[in-house]
Design a protein around this ligand. Sequence first.
Ligand code: NAD
Ligand code: TYD
Length: 374
Amino acid sequence: MAETNTQHNPNRLLVTGGAGFIGANFIHYWLKTWPDSRVVILDALTYAGNRSNLIDVENLSSCRFVHGDILDESLVERLLREEAIDTIVHFAAESHVDRSIHGPDAFLQTNIIGTHSMLKAAKKVWLDGQSSSHRFHHVSTDEVYGSLKPEDPAFSETTPYAPNSPYAASKASSDFLVRAYHETYGLNVTTSNCSNNYGPYQFPEKLIPLIIANILDGKSLPIYGDGLQIRDWLYVDDHNRGIDLVIRNGRTNETYNIGGNNEWTNIDIVRLICELLDQQFESDADMSKRFPHAPQASGRQADSLITYVKDRAGHDRRYAIDATKITTELGYDPQESFETGIRKTLKWYLQHEPWWRSIMDGSYQNWLETNYDN
Ligand code: NAD
Ligand code: TYD
């Protein structure tokens, strides 16, 4: 199928996984940027979904939250018809590599079968019968490309897929299904493969929010292996700006890599967060009262909590994104530097202690205890 439709005008969106980290940020970004749009959110509220992430938008007349599963094809079909949806933005997924190592089944079910269920519903409503203007945007990851050596060039859209974790393999499979639904049936699809995101609402099992919360609670900072693995970090709103560009102007059945050209070793990120929080305690006397278990409250530095632990199985050494295609073709330009983005993120976590504390005290802790002994 050789069609290369470029322009799309998204007015009525179905956003899957909108109660999760990137999805919730996307909803906020979208409604602020395009306030005349209609946005329907479909989320199963798994451990990673948090309805309170949407508290300030859920009651807008332009917004509707549906508690449901992407595997429920008839529900998706009904929503597409009754809301006259013209654009699907598909975030819903199981997203944590460590969980995929301990329990891959849920990843195959949600990320592969779930994406297929979304594609089947979209095909039925948008293509079978009277075909209508539409776009299915699939949100994927750079982890599908595998691991880079230090001297390797960054991942481009033509880098062969070589997923290493069950998470990455499930996302790679879903990317191929999306492609197949264009090639075989003519569904208008686009895919974006993004590097590691950070920012508000990120579940504190991922590196950056985990380190922030653990410092504030005086818990150890687990560094897997030698801590010299490299990730390419992007502020979440810059990811969502990229998705917006791809949905509107991306060529059908093209994939676009999104990244910030911002490679850091894990240990350097952890040390940076330690330093920034040390400075915060020094400049704000209230911090020691709010967080009495933090090392700074008893005169120690945050990096005293750093603890090297057993490496993750199959741990990818390095990810890096070459964003030339989205930059030159669609004019993509990330707005946040790492310096400004990480400070914004720290500020958000300091202002939203009840949000992360309820997570740390609840389901995440139970999962940690059943899966890890250190
Ligand atoms: P997340 O784990 O924070 O959120 C996932 C959301 O999907 C949750 O709200 C959850 O309730 C929902 N969900 C899970 N299974 C569902 C189902 N069966 N039906 C409906 N909803 C379901 O994930 P995230 O970090 O926000 O990632 C969102 C997407 O972006 C994923 O597809 C992920 O692969 C991709 N991605 C993430 C990153 C990153 O750094 N976090 C980077 C690149 C790409
Ligand atoms: P993570 O945030 O889980 O994202 P991903 O695995 O998708 O890249 O992890 C980022 C990096 O940090 C990864 O190399 C694993 C490492 N890491 C630790 O060293 N300690 C931790 O406690 C966590 C959660 C991650």
